[in-house]
Design a protein around this ligand. Sequence first.
Ligand code: DX5
Ligand code: ZN
Length: 223
Amino acid sequence: MIIAPSVLTADLSDLASDCQEALDSGLNWLHLDVMDGNFVPNLTFGPPVIRSLRNALGPEAIFDAHLMIENAEESFQQYIDAGCNHLSIHVEAVKHLHRAVTAIRQGGATVGVVLNPGTPVEAALEVLEELDLVLVMSVNPGFGGQSFISSVEHKIRALSKAIDAQVAAGGRPVQIQVDGGVKSHNIAMLREWGVSNCVVGSGLFNDKATVAENLAIIHEALQ
Ligand code: DX5
Ligand code: ZN
C-alpha cells in the first residue's frame, strides 16, 4: 500500500519542512492538492509553489498532483514542467477526457483520472487502458478533514475487477487511489476492497502527533 501524504493539512507557510518530515518518515509520494477556487470552493497553490518545493526537496520524491481545476487540458504542461511526476485530472472538469489523458502522458507524466463521489465509475472505465491510476474521491473535493463516504465501495470493487481483467489480458496495471477521510481505522478495509494507494491528509499532518508517529499507527493497522 502506497501512502501519499496530502499537503493540504500541512503547514502551508512551512510546506517544504512538513514535506521533508514526511519523506524522512520513509514516504516517497507527496499528494499536491491544486485548487483553483472555481472547480472547488477553495484555493491552494499552482506551478510556482510546486517548482519551489521541487527545488527544496530534490529530485527523489514523487510529486502526485491532484488537479482540482477547470480546463486542466490547457495548463497541465505547466505542472509537469514545475516538477510533477504524476497528474490526476477530474473527469468532471475536462471536455475531452481521452485527449487530455493521452496528452499528459506525451507531456512527460504518468496520468490518472479522478471520480467525485457523485460520478459513475464508467467514466474511468472508458479510458482505463490509457491510465496509470484511478483516484476515487471518498469526500467531495475542496477541504481536508472531512468524513469518509463509504458508498464508494461498489465503485472501488468494480474498478478492481476491471483492472484485474485488463492485466489478465496483457494490459496496463492501474493503481486505485482513494482520497478523503482515510485514517488508521479504515485503511485495512480499503486494501481489502482493492485499493493500492491511499491519500492521507489530516491523519498524518495534525497537531496530535508527528508524521512518523501517525504513520506508525497506520502501518500497525495494515499489519
Ligand atoms: C480534498 C483533497 C484531499 C484531502 C485529504 O479535496 O483532495 O487530498 O485534503 O485530506 P484528509 O485525509 O484530511 O481527508
Ligand atoms: Zn487530493
